[in-house]
Design a binder for this molecule. Structure first.
Ligand code: GLA
Length: 392
């Protein structure tokens, strides 16, 4: 994590203020349950040991001033006029959170905020959720000291900022993982009810290796919205046969198999099939992880990638190449794309003793096949949003 003394020095340089506090919220990687959250299904993310740290100090006026360690920009917004900042190039995620907090009845007053991110940008590891949730916890704690933080509410509020203020359609998984993360645990979340359980992740001699395709995710937004619409169509069709359902998350494999004939469009049928079987894989994964059976868990990850490739069609050459090359390395239990797809990262479970081989072999073959150079991150799980006191 960022050296907070450095951050404080930088804050002092920009804002000339020493009365500061530090807050932090992590990025995430999803281990299983992809493109299920907006269908009211199941997900299994972990919070990572990379994230956003924010240094915050109060101001006398009614402005929120934002800067970041990797930007020379300073954005100052009037709290009464946050609406005007929806489309700015940088800072709208933070201001969206302030806007949603005010709407929800929290107090927000003038402040300076300096952001420092260690989540790689554009990699599908939820750098935006980390920024939103760090902003949220900072503004709540600084301006609402008597308020008991409702963490689920914070995640929902951060999601609203992204959906409604910034205008990016995402589910609840990323913000939930960022706020609720727990070291050495995955979060098993029912995205319909928001009921959740921590599932111990005992990796033993294995580590999580995240591999970045470094492909620009140009299609991600439009294809993401297209998939959402396809799922809605599938749901409408299934309702004819299954009138009680309100989302695809309500549909079990058995229900789907008995009702699927009402989906006449074969593309829609494939999309829905992915969601239904992916939910089922998450349920199986909970049992498997409780038995500490990483081999079986790896198989579920592989099946998930194949389904995202063949049925949901959100992978592409780069992610598929990383997936195939990863599985050729001895000591790899499983691998899959993670996040929205169309670029971004894969996550693999790799034996500690072969991590270096993994990087060399996967890296070389991936570059040969795609012309791109991947990045590898060996990451650990971490806790969710929190205040950093005395450097910890
Ligand atoms: C993105 C979204 C999430 C989720 C995933 C796909 O990361 O932000 O809400 O929909 O894609 O599982």
């Amino acid at each position: 994590m960022t050296n907070i003394y450095e951050l404080k020095r930088k804050f002092l340089e920009i804002f000339r203020d020493e009365q500061v506090r530090f807050f932090y919220s992590p990025g995430r990687v999803n281990l299983l349950g992809e493109h299920t959250d907006y269908n009211g299904g199941y997900v299994l993310p972990v919070a990572l040991n990379v994230g956003t740290t924010v240094c915050i100090g109060k101001r006398e006026d009614n402005k929120i001033c934002l800067s970041a360690t990797d930007l020379s920009e300073l954005v100052c917004a009037d709290i009464e006029n946050l609406d005007a900042y929806r489309k700015i190039e940088w800072g709208n995620y933070q201001l969206g959170v302030a806007y949603e907090l005010l709407k929800a009845g929290y107090k927000v007053s003038g402040c300076n905020m300096l952001f420092d991110d260690t989540v790689p940008h554009g990699a599908g590891l939820s750098s935006s959720a980390a920024i939103e949730c760090a902003t949220g916890i900072a503004l709540i704690k600084v301006f609402n000291p008597d308020e008991e933080i409702n963490r689920v509410e914070l995640a929902l509020l951060a999601q609203r900022a992204e959906n409604q203020f910034v205008g990016v359609n995402c589910g609840i998984m990323d913000q939930f993982a960022s706020v609720m993360g727990k070291r050495d645990n995955a979060i098993f979340l029912n995205c319909k009810t928001l009921e959740y359980k921590y599932v111990p992740l005992n990796l033993g001699d294995y580590v999580l290796v995240i591999t970045n395709t470094n492909k620009k995710r140009s299609l991600a937004d439009s294809k993401y919205n297209e998939r959402r619409k396809e799922c809605e169509k599938g749901l409408e069709a299934l309702k004819k046969e299954l009138p009680g359902i309100t989302c695809l998350g309500d549909v079990t494999v058995e229900m789907f198999e008995s009702a699927k004939h009402v989906i006449k469009d074969s593309i829609i049928e494939k999309r829905v099939r992915h969601v239904i079987y992916e939910d089922d894989r998450v349920l199986k994964a909970i049992d498997v992880l409780n038995k500490n059976d990483l081999v079986e868990f790896g198989k579920l990850m592989i099946a998930s990638h194949e389904s995202l490739r063949d049925l949901y069609e959100v992978t592409g050459k780069e992610l598929d190449t990383l997936f195939e090359e990863a599985l050729k390395v001895e000591g790899v239990l499983g691998s899959r794309m993670t996040g929205a797809g169309f670029g971004g990262c894969t996550v693999s479970i790799v034996h500690k003793s072969v991590v270096e081989d993994f990087k060399v072999l996967v890296g070389k073959n991936y570059t040969e096949k795609t012309g791109l150079i991947p990045d590898f991150y060996v990451m650990e799980t971490d806790d969710g949003s929190r205040e950093i006191i005395d450097g910890f």
